[in-house]
Design a protein around this ligand. Structure first.
Ligand code: UDP
Length: 242
């Protein structure tokens, strides 16, 4: 990135830089991958570019469907311009199918299609290991008002309907995903962060038998190999469709 832009923040998968316009930021997607609260780390050449391209397409789709997002435009293959936001320190996970931590913490069997989407909210705090929290705890910590929390939950359910149907049309089952929201300078709530195979579970529906073929970060979490091939396949299907 050009020296004239100041690095404002560096996360596990992205760097955020200042922009000439104080209302905007430049987000650079990195090739780094982490899992299990960064206990497991690796680098995959080309991942940043793929996640940036996939995220941009998904944000465009959501914007067309009247979802407020921070996305403004793609700058180049691994960089996007977004509205500057103040991140709300919550990770909103929506689950359509039981998998991952839900099955480790409950008696629900892996792969169970849920009768209605389940929303699990986690506190975004690495030191505390992103614990699962409750509405009452969010209120106690004064993170956001209950009205804003309801708005975020409502947006998450709407986003699920849009994404589920979109992914189905490109032969992918949207198992679950994680969203982050923030306030822009006008204090409006916007969908932020990214929407990519790093934070969505996507299973290939082009399989004859019932085996699960993950085309997402589970390829890294579970040492399945072929991460770049999986992300490229998702990018290819999105581009062929849109
Ligand atoms: N997820 C994420 N960041 C996290 C934890 C989870 O993006 O720090 C996503 C993950 O990719 C999956 C969904 O949230 O799509 C649900 O993950 P889960 O709670 O099952 O956690 P995991 O099994 O990955 O530990």
């Amino acid at each position: 990135m050009n020296d004239k832009y100041e690095l404002l923040y560096e996360g596990k998968a992205k760097k955020v830089f200042s922009h000439d316009d104080k209302d905007k930021v430049i987000i650079e997607f990195k090739d780094d991958a982490t899992a299990f609260n960064a206990l497991k780390k690796a680098k995959f050449e080309g991942k940043g570019k793929l996640n940036c391209l996939i995220s941009s397409r998904i944000f465009e789709l959501l914007i067309k469907n009247n979802i407020p997002t921070h996305f403004l435009e793609l700058k180049n293959e691994n960089t996007m311009i977004a509205q500057k936001i103040k991140v709300i320190p919550l990770e909103i996970v929506l689950r359509n199918t039981a998998y991952g931590s839900l099955c480790k913490q409950t008696t629900i069997k892996s792969g169970t299609v849920l009768v209605k989407p389940l929303i699990d909210i986690y506190l975004k705090n690495d030191e505390l290991n992103d614990p699962l929290i409750t509405k009452d705890r969010i209120e106690l910590m004064n993170i956001i008002s209950s009205k804003d929390l309801d708005l975020i939950i409502d947006l998450t359910l709407k986003i699920n309907l849009i994404l589920k149907s979109f992914f189905k049309s490109i032969q992918l089952q949207l198992v679950d995903f994680k969203l982050e929201f923030g306030y822009n300078l006008k204090n409006n709530i916007l969908l932020a962060d990214e929407i990519s195979p790093d934070n969505c579970r996507l299973w290939d529906l082009n399989q004859k038998n019932d085996i699960i073929v993950s085309l997402d970060k589970d390829r890294f979490r579970n040492d399945l190999g072929g991460l770049i091939e999986a992300y490229s396949e998702i990018n290819r299907r999105i581009n062929d469709f849109i």
